[in-house]
Design a binder for this molecule. Structure first.
Ligand code: SF4
Ligand code: SF4
Length: 331
């Protein structure tokens, strides 16, 4: 099994495209902030034009289509086909499992690299408390339907204080599901989570005591596993992806961010205006990327400092990695 930290590189790019913000669920940790990003569903023509803005670098760009729930978009199949025509390096749909508009009948496994299903518990009880009644069954049935048609499937488990106790049961659950990739995510304190009165982030000890072991067990089943580093070890260099890699988080109101932790604020560095991708004047997220602090990620300290601890001299006990820095296990 190969363990590696996926280094940031300008040679590859990621485009996270929220084609709408509407959703059939209302997860307690939903990261969509409609005050900031509106409730628009982009028409297909606009999506096609905006994809075209990124087309020159399509061969090095991994495209992830998101919402809200992207399968609520009646033209998602046209979006996928257009993205394939433009030659994106990979195309993924992130879904909550409900697979609206018969999407599986309108595209083929050749059109799409991955269908990525979000599940936040190993039992319906835990998952559905977070994501809504019936959502656990929707994910499992969605995976079975997608696999039976030959699609490659992935799963995303967003870890918080509410569900980390069930992560150790995930290796048994995924056995036999036929998924190809498993992503462990860390709860971001944005959208609904930012207003929660509960402590949602898990401590360093719990994170490091749980995540790598579970990741190993899942990877041992032949599944590629990725999870965010979160806590940098002593001597590990800190890098801000905003400075050294090429990621875009696009929202239907035209805002384009390079850092997902900034999404609750009008700090976006770019905006699509009249079908042109425009860099915005200061002050925006790029001004924050340049700051160097002993805690590592600046936005983490500003937005979600619950994962920081300090010694008696006021020095941080550890540094927080860029939220986009991943550890990957390849079987
Ligand atoms: S987290 Fe995803 S599935 Fe849940 S309410 Fe938000 S957009 Fe919908
Ligand atoms: S999470 Fe932190 S380190 Fe990563 S892009 Fe955002 S500000 Fe930079």
């Amino acid at each position: 099994m190969q363990h590696k930290t996926v280094a940031f590189s300008k040679k590859s790019s990621n485009l996270f495209f929220h084609i709408l913000t509407k959703c059939n669920l209302s997860c307690s940790h939903c990261y969509i902030n409609r005050e900031q990003h509106g409730d628009m569903t982009l028409p297909f023509d606009t999506i096609r034009d905006w994809l075209g803005l990124f087309a020159p670098k399509a061969p090095k760009t991994n495209l992830v289509l998101l919402g809200g729930e992207p399968t609520l978009h009646p033209d998602l199949y046209l979006v996928v086909r257009e993205a394939r025509r433009l030659g994106f390096r990979s195309i993924t749909i992130d879904t909550n499992g409900y697979l609206f508009h018969n999407i599986l009948d309108k595209i083929t496994p050749d059109d799409l690299d991955f269908l990525s299903f979000s599940l936040d518990g190993a039992t319906p009880d835990t998952n559905d408390k977070i994501r809504g009644k019936g959502s656990y069954d929707a994910v499992l049935s969605g995976i079975h339907r997608a696999k039976s048609k030959g699609f490659s499937c992935a799963m995303i488990y967003t870890v918080s204080d509410k569900n980390i106790h069930e992560l150790a049961r995930m290796p048994a659950l995924v056995k036999g599901l036929g998924i190809d990739r498993f992503f462990i995510q860390v709860i971001g304190m944005r959208g609904e989570s930012s207003t929660s009165s509960d402590t949602l982030q898990v401590s360093k000890d719990i994170w490091l005591g749980t995540i790598p072991t579970v990741a190993e067990k899942i990877a041992a089943q032949g599944i590629v596993v990725a999870y965010p580093k979160v806590f940098l070890s002593d001597g590990e260099p800190f890098q801000c992806a905003g400075n050294v890699s090429d990621n875009y988080f696009v929202f239907p109101n035209g805002r384009v961010y390079k850092c997902p932790i900034c999404e609750d604020f009008p700090l976006h560095s770019h905006e699509i205006i009249n079908n042109r991708l425009m860099a915005l004047p200061p002050i925006n997220e790029t001004d924050l990327f340049k700051l160097t602090i002993p805690e590592g990620c600046v936005m983490n300290k500003m937005i979600q400092p619950g994962n920081l601890t300090y010694d008696t001299d006021g020095k941080p006990c550890h540094r927080i990695a860029c939220c986009l820095l991943k550890q990957e296990l390849t079987p």
